[in-house]
Ligand binder design. Sequence first.
Ligand code: ADP
Ligand code: ADP
Ligand code: ZN
Length: 213
Amino acid sequence: MRLILLGPPGAGKGTQAANIVTKYNLPHISTGDIFRANIKQGTELGTRAKAYMDKGELVPDSLVVELVEDRLSKDDTQVGFMLDGFPRTIYQAEALDAVLGNMGTSIDHVINIVVDPTVLVERAVGRRICKNCGATYHVSFNPPAEEGVCDKCSGELYQRSDDNEETVSNRISVYTNETAPLVEYYEKSGKIRTIDGLQDIDKVFSDIEKVLK
Ligand code: ADP
Ligand code: ADP
Ligand code: ZN
């Protein structure tokens, strides 16, 4: 199964991606996670990406597309994949279609998580992530049993440096201008399904399961 998760920052893509990849046994490909790993390792790609991420702007298409092409050429994607945070521009979507076309495949489902824009800042600013396993929490909406500690692995939770009000607001406008047009792009292929992301995390997942079964 080849899937794309679409939705603004804070919509719940990462949270649902974690559920989806566990149930369907797919590799989780998050371009944001790949950039953050590169920043942590101090690679050149990480340094270049960080300048854009800190401002809440998109990393240039040229840097992103090559990275995803490279990732999709790995053997583990033979069974399918879950793309989270990619594509984010029409250019990226066209590049993805071209790459998959060359491989003789295509996307099966695009899941569009829709939420009222007023909740996005609160969701992103309250987001906490495990340093060790990457699990996502929210200080109010999905808190861990013990504050600052991961339920799954007891790792330490941290807040992303771009999850502050100013940067999140910019990311939301970038989403509206650059990424929202992808909804129409994928409507043309008839593969996009809208999911109400304002529901509880479990209910959002059960709606996604209905689309995927
Ligand atoms: P995205 O990957 O789309 O930016 P995340 O999955 O990281 O979004 O979710 C953003 C924040 O909102 C996280 O703190 C997460 O715990 C929380 N969250 C995710 N889904 C829901 C939901 N359905 N209801 C309330 N909070 C949610
Ligand atoms: P969120 O789901 O909260 O928006 P991500 O982890 O997906 O966060 O992305 C964090 C940042 O990484 C983005 O604000 C952007 O700077 C960069 N980024 C991630 N994926 C892409 C992409 N496909 N194209 C351009 N920039 C990207
Ligand atoms: Zn953890």
